[in-house]
Design a protein. Structure first.
Lengths: 205, 399
């Protein structure tokens, strides 16, 4: 269905060119919103939508944007989309929006966005840009979800807010690891993912 | 001995390239170096240095220095248990003395076993993967961990903390000799932040319940099992002095296993200083830094129990002395320049007392102080070396 090149555009960011674990972008929000799985999931979806749409819009405008003011044009587009997503979340998922607090607004400063706009959308056609945006958004979301999965499971004993560690374990002396609730542990988990990823992709050096 | 060595070497043939047990060669190598190397000395003519000291000998020296603190700590665990359960009404008889020591031995031994089993297990696995020799660095770490962990910490939590510390504080940096932070302290810090309910408050430091079901007791009404520093950290009475100076020095007070008795720590310190195993400069400057800071708080500090505590009490309470003697002097993570050691030790003492006095959430600051200064030790060394070369460059111009 897709040619080799478009396939690479879409699927590359999921693995060998992952924005978080290979390019090490977007780390700050990966630390901030991954205490629980639900906000991480929402954050991943929000970023995916914004990257994809802003990629398409900038790609459509790429031949008319003067080079000297391209950053500010990109910022205006991203800011408009972020505001839209933020309003939608506040209207339909108020609790999660409150949990994510400033981090939804701070998507504007997410390095993945500016990186994709500069590196890809400015020089590629809209369809490719859409795939690239989707791929990078998913690549970011995957890492967020893995980190949040372990942090919520080991730190709170629950997943998506539902308790999964049985009460009998707690009665037997098991305790949640408070370290998982701290941003430092998110960084160490991201480090572990990078470690595993590099060992699996040795030939990609 | 010679005969045993021959048999051992013959056994070792199995582990050589192409031998039956080649995959396990690092295991053989570990025990071989532990037992028999270095077995060469210089010829006994001429002016050579005859010392065969290496990192393994140094490690064993530190373990020997820790033994007084360990033995006393075991006794104290049992003694505190007897006190808290009201068995010492008629004074300490000979039978009760042995009961106290036996109780403490049984309570502490599992921690030693768990620390060594988990830590050495990981070291052996990593050595197999990296095709390296097993480094002896964990000998001391595994011995220190039971001494600085509260006696009521569940063993599985200790196991997780040791695994975390060995992997993330040591092996990822390249193993023994390359770690930035003191591995034993990372173990304690992990426990402190991951399971705070087991590390703070009144209950962690005295075992009231039994050990393996033996001698479970009930806490005597009104008896407090909080450590003196916890009492100071939580009190509203600005002139509280939970223990006297000599009580704190003798060490029959609640606390982590190895930290309470200053005499036992002093014995270890003397052994380390006499044999050159640890730097007296770091130790002395840590005490000077802590004492001076505490004295300043006495004079100008806020009106709280921690600030009003006399400066000499800060030096003998909690983990200050243990940290200054055994952990600040860790040759890998401390400053290496001689001048740097003075600065490094002084700042450890300073930060430890500042944390104790100004942060009510952390009644004990020694762990955080040493870990913080571990991070700054390379910077201190860099500054000292640079200052020295600048001084020499200036002298050159004058000539």
């Amino acid at each position: 269905m897709l040619s080799q090149k478009t396939k690479e555009t879409l699927l590359g960011p999921l693995n060998v060119n992952n924005p978080v674990v290979v390019q090490v972008l977007g780390i700050c929000s990966a630390l901030a919103v991954t205490v629980q799985l639900k906000p991480a999931l929402v954050m991943g979806i929000a970023v995916t939508i914004i990257v994809a749409l802003s990629n398409v819009i900038i790609s459509l405008l790429r031949n008319t944007i003067p080079m000297r003011i391209r950053i500010i044009v990109q910022l205006v587009v991203v800011a408009a989309l972020v505001t839209l997503v933020s309003e939608v979340l506040k209207a339909f998922a108020y609790d999660v929006a409150m949990q994510l607090s400033v981090y939804i607004g701070l998507i504007i400063t997410n390095c993945i966005l500016m990186g994709r706009l500069e590196a890809f959308a400015m020089t590629n056609k809209p369809w490719d840009s859409l795939l690239d945006g989707l791929g990078n958004g998913f690549g970011y979301a995957i890492i967020l979800i893995i980190v949040a999965f372990f942090r919520e499971l080991l730190g709170s004993g629950s997943l998506l807010g539902y308790q999964v560690i049985p009460d009998s374990w707690y009665a037997a002396g098991y305790e949640n690891c408070g370290m998982m609730m701290m941003p430092a542990m998110a960084l160490i988990l991201v480090g572990c993912i990078i470690w595993a990823h590099r060992s699996l992709n040795k030939e990609e050096k | 001995m010679e005969k045993f060595y021959q048999i051992w070497k013959k056994f070792g043939k199995n582990f050589e390239e192409g031998g039956k047990l080649q995959k396990l060669s690092s295991f053989y190598d570990a025990f071989d170096t532990f037992l028999f190397t270095p077995n060469t000395t210089a010829k006994r003519v001429g002016a050579q240095i005859h010392d065969g000291s290496d990192s393994k000998r140094t490690m064993i020296l530190v373990v020997m220095a820790l033994i007084p603190a360990m033995l006393f700590g075991m006794f104290n665990v049992g003694y505190q248990h007897l006190l808290a359960t009201g068995q010492l009404g008629a004074g300490l008889t000979c039978a009760l003395w042995w009961k106290a020591f036996g109780f403490g031995l049984l309570a502490v031994l599992p921690y030693i076993i768990v620390a060594y089993a988990v830590g050495l297990g990981i070291e052996f696995i990593v050595a197999q993967i990296k095709h390296e020799e097993v480094a002896e660095g964990f000998l001391v770490t595994g011995f220190i961990i039971p001494l600085i962990v509260p006696i009521n910490t569940p063993l599985w939590q200790v196991a997780i903390a040791v695994a975390f510390a060995v992997i993330f504080a040591k092996e990822v940096f390249g193993g023994t000799g390359y770690n930035i932070f003191n591995v034993a302290l990372i173990t304690r810090a992990f426990l402190f932040f991951a399971y705070p309910s087991q590390m703070t408050g009144d209950t962690p430091f005295v075992r009231v319940g039994g050990t393996w079901g033996w001698d479970a007791g009930q806490l005597v009404d009104g008896y407090t099992t909080a450590t003196p520093l916890t009492q100071i950290g939580t009190t509203t009475d600005a002139s509280l002095m939970p223990v006297g100076f000599w009580d704190a020095v003798n060490g029959l007070i609640p606390g982590s296993v190895g930290e309470t008795c200053i005499w036992a720590i002093a014995l270890g310190a003397i052994l380390l200083i006499v044999t050159g195993g640890a730097s007296w400069k770091t130790m002395l400057s840590a005490f000077i830094g802590g004492g001076l800071t505490a004295w300043l708080f006495n004079q100008f500090g806020p009106d709280t129990a921690a600030a009003n505590l006399p400066w000499y009490m800060h030096l003998v309470m909690g983990g200050f002395a243990f940290g200054a003697v055994f952990m600040a002097t860790d040759p890998v993570t401390s400053a290496r320049t001689e001048c740097g050691k003075w600065i490094y030790g002084f700042l450890i003492g300073l930060v430890a007392v500042v944390v104790r006095v100004l942060n009510p959430g952390y009644p004990e600051g020694m762990m955080l102080a040493i870990l913080l200064m571990n991070a700054f030790a390379p910077l201190i060394d860099w500054c000292v070396v640079n200052a020295n070369s600048k001084k020499r460059a200036k002298r050159e111009v004058k000539l």
